[in-house]
Ligand binder design. Structure first.
Ligand code: HEC
Length: 208
């Protein structure tokens, strides 16, 4: 046998072995998303994701001037669209986030914060395949709403308790909670229903 064919055979055996190992892991643990992803899975997924982000995003800076107003707009948008998975403080410790596979990372933590503006922008605009992270934009580099979210994500590590309390008020409400608030408002207005729209969630930022 030629030396190169031995090499190819060895690579094939290695790939088959890895597939067998992964299949055994799946059979043992099933498709449950309850257990956190293993180190190997996380490393493989993160490496593939990093490779999928086009290189020019690594050097892209936020084109939106970061003012308190911009951060506040990002905060309101995030509370409405993102907190359901990522939690208001970015920890991922939300009802949905805890059961996802892969889990949403801690957006206030070192790993996300050490990414460039463009690298944070990219998953917001384009989503992350084979994960729960949806695309919120229509593509391109100039989605102002996504850049405002990047500005807010940079602010996450400095989030104040007051800001978190405001976000709680902005979080989407379920039908029961909404009805409860409406009834309360109706009671406070002495039966006047005209003010009810104030509790309805208004769409902020992205359409999705
Ligand atoms: C339905 C759940 C869900 C929603 C809603 C969601 N995300 Fe995510 N997000 C995820 C998951 C899960 C991941 C991790 C994906 C992975 O590890 O590959 C993620 C990853 C990310 C990342 C990459 C962070 C990193 O360190 O790699 C960013 C940035 C992000 N989300 C921002 C947002 C923003 C901003 C919004 C709202 C506009 C949002 N997400 C809405 C589930 C969600």
């Amino acid at each position: 046998m030629k030396r190169w064919s031995v090499g190819i055979l060895a690579v094939l055996v290695l790939i088959l072995g890895m597939c067998a190992l992964y299949a055994t892991h799946m059979i043992r643990h099933g498709f449950s998303t309850r257990t956190p992803p293993s180190g190997v899975e996380t490393t493989m997924a993160t490496t593939m994701r990093d490779m999928a982000v086009p290189a020019r995003y690594k050097t892209l800076k936020n084109p939106v001037p970061v003012t308190p107003e911009v951060i506040h707009e990002g905060l309101a948008h995030y509370a409405d669209h993102c907190a359901v998975c990522h939690a208001n403080n970015g920890s991922g410790d939300s009802m949905l986030g805890k059961g996802m596979y892969p889990r949403p990372p801690n957006l206030a933590g070192q790993e996300t914060q050490s990414m460039s503006d463009g690298e944070i922008y990219y998953p917001i605009e384009y989503g992350i395949r084979l994960s729960g992270m949806p695309a919120f934009g229509d593509g391109g580099d100039n989605d102002i709403e996504s850049w405002k979210l990047v500005a807010f994500l940079r602010h996450l590590p400095k989030l104040t308790p007051e800001e978190e309390a405001e976000m709680e008020r902005l979080n989407p409400k379920g039908p029961d909670e909404m009805k409860e608030e409406m009834d309360e408002e109706k009671f406070l207005n002495g039966g006047d229903t005209s003010a009810q729209t104030t509790t309805m969630q208004k769409q902020k930022g992205h359409k999705r």
